[in-house]
Design a protein around this ligand. Structure first.
Ligand code: NAD
Length: 268
């Protein structure tokens, strides 16, 4: 018999946090142990049905994690400003840490590596299964056609804080890996003015913002008279929440270390 995984959701009043709470409440493998909101939130100590309607409500929103509450996995979708506190809480509780927060600084990525000495850690810029497959495909096309030009186009809702999206960046890293190059040497984030011809191997980014678009990514491979475009469109946030929950149940009880979302998927 598999154990039910106790999940604590950090940032549970947010767009993604709510989708994760809903996915946990509907899951048979996981149990919602706590739904954490930011200090001062109007939802603090309110029952979950204020937001989630008729779903089970033995848990209230809270601003801190009661020491008696079991926590196997802490799932964070709170944003880069609260990420450090989320990771510190997972470390304090020796819980596995699953985070989808994007726009992290280098030091925050380094903190994830450090934490992985003590707890299991899985960070992914995108928890969609389709995007996980897109990453594999983009890496493979880049390795097969290293002399084709490659740019990445992304579009997101108008409230998105960071650009390019975290997903666009990891797509760029996958393409650089396919090229056998260093991403930092090849990424081109802006093109403006008399920039001259494109250099072989550069990986260009274009970010569009508007409306309520959840997330669209296209990787364009182009050579003379031929173009290959790989596109993923996210219809709603539930796909990321589902993936994060799959990751949370997969990582619970594993040894300390860094894990990737690709490892959670079936082998190639
Ligand atoms: P959001 O602003 O709707 O939600 C963030 C929530 O975190 C807010 O409710 C905020 O009050 C809460 N919060 C802030 N500080 C807190 C604290 N100290 N304790 C508890 N809660 C706190 O944002 P969103 O659209 O849900 O996105 C959140 C993050 O997830 C962003 O970084 C976004 O880019 C990322 N994201 C990742 C994926 C993925 O698949 N990896 C998918 C979508 C969004």
């Amino acid at each position: 018999m598999t154990n039910i995984v106790n999940v604590v959701v950090y940032g549970s009043a947010g767009r993604m946090g709510q989708a994760v709470v809903r996915a946990v409440l509907e899951s048979k493998q996981a149990r919602l142990a706590a739904a954490l909101v930011r200090p001062g939130s109007g939802l603090a100590e309110e029952p979950l049905d204020r937001v989630f309607g008729a779903l089970p409500r033995d848990v209230d929103f809270s601003t801190s994690l009661d020491p008696d509450v079991p926590c196997d996995v802490l799932v964070d979708f709170s944003g880069p400003n609260s990420f450090d506190a989320a990771l510190a809480l997972a470390l304090q509780r020796r819980a596995a840490f699953v985070s989808g927060t994007t726009g992290l600084h280098e030091e925050q990525h380094a903190a994830l590596q450090n934490a992985a000495r003590t707890i299991p850690v899985l960070w992914a810029a995108n928890f969609s299964l389709g995007v996980a497959m897109l990453l594999r495909m983009a890496r493979r096309v880049a390795a097969t056609f290293p002399d084709w030009d490659c740019d990445i186009l992304e579009m997101h809702h108008s409230r998105k804080q960071d650009a390019p999206s975290g997903t666009a960046l990891i797509l760029g890293q996958a393409i650089a890996e396919g090229h056998g190059a260093r991403f930092e040497d090849k990424a081109v984030f802006t093109r403006h003015g008399q920039i001259g011809p494109r250099k072989l191997g550069e990986i260009g980014f274009a970010s569009l913002r508007g409306g309520d678009i959840v997330g669209e990514h296209t990787v364009i491979f182009a050579t003379d008279s031929e173009r290959l475009e790989l596109t993923h469109r996210a219809g709603n946030r539930d796909i990321f929440a589902r993936g994060a929950l799959v990751a949370a149940t997969w990582i619970a009880g594993r040894a300390a270390g860094i894990y990737s979302f690709d490892q959670v998927l079936a082998p190639e």
